[in-house]
Design a binder for this molecule. Structure first.
Ligand SMILES: [Fe+2]
Length: 275
């Protein structure tokens, strides 16, 4: 079972560049082509928020157009750049986006995995939270998933990563503590997966592993100085492939959108290691 995760697409209107530099639409088109070309093909793609750049209906229309060629079922989460009503209006047929009342949260099965998608959005703010209502909903979902391998997905990482300007925008500590306590009571949670930080990260969290993924377009600069200025770099576009099997659990592979040089053989046709 393969679950691909992409995050932080930041789609603009057609022709517009993010931060006057980044063609996020072209980047997503390349990412969709790379996902379609995977062999074996993922069972689903989860997109962990910041789907568009300003929560604008035109941007969601462009997102939908760019995702149309994706030949794999996909699931959408909201990030701080998203707007719930505009997302729902652009995807009226996606029942899971409409089932959570005020919040865009839902649980779906992808093969043997239960995926619980959270909504950590606070309208008008870059940082995220999980309020009483959202945590209560999560508790109910986790109880319903007991014994089932489960992935909890949310946009905002519930941990500090050391990149100061991003840590100022993370899931608030009170919510992170309550999330960790809930997850710790459910050892069937294989992963807590996030976006927002535009970088690959892994950390122990609530007795499981929390992780974050790079973006298909721009990445946040790896700068661990406390006063690191907010900046992005055009490092290689990438995503995660979470491979589940019952014996191992989830192994997360870091995968690149662009084809690298190769592949080249290690061995001669007659079997000797190439010297
Ligand atoms: Fe974000």
């Amino acid at each position: 079972m393969l679950l691909a995760q992409i995050s932080d697409l930041h789609i603009k209107r057609p022709g517009a560049l993010a931060y006057r530099r980044v063609d996020t639409g072209a980047a997503l088109a390349r990412c969709v082509a790379a996902l379609n070309a995977l062999e074996p093909r993922p069972d689903a793609v989860i997109m962990t928020g910041d789907l568009v750049d300003q929560g604008d209906p035109e941007q969601y229309a462009h997102l939908k157009h760019l995702l149309a060629p994706l030949e794999i079922p996909y699931f959408l989460l909201v990030g701080n750049h998203d707007e719930r009503a505009a997302l729902r209006a652009a995807f009226p047929e996606r029942v899971e986006l409409h089932s959570g009342g005020e919040f865009v949260h839902y649980a779906v099965d992808v093969g043997p995995l239960r995926v619980i998608a959270l909504d950590s959005l606070v309208p008008g703010r870059s940082a995220g939270t999980l309020c009483d209502a959202r945590l209560a909903w999560l508790a109910t979902q986790l109880d319903a998933a007991r014994g089932k391998p489960t992935v909890v997905a949310l946009h905002h990482p519930p941990f500090a990563c050391g990149i100061g300007h991003m840590d100022a925008l993370r899931l608030d500590q009170a919510a992170a503590d309550r999330l960790a306590a809930l997850v710790a009571r459910h050892p069937n949670v294989e992963r807590v997966i996030c976006g927002h930080v535009h970088r690959p990260m892994f950390v122990r969290f609530g007795g499981t592993i929390a992780s974050a993924v790079p973006a298909p377009a721009h990445q946040v600069r790896l700068d661990l100085r406390e006063d690191a200025p907010s900046a992005f770099v055009m490092e290689a576009p990438a995503y995660a492939l979470h491979r589940y099997d019952p014996a191992t659990g989830i192994v997360t592979h870091h995968a690149y959108v662009d084809q690298a040089d190769g592949p080249y053989p290690f061995y001669e046709p007659e079997g000797a290691l190439i010297d």
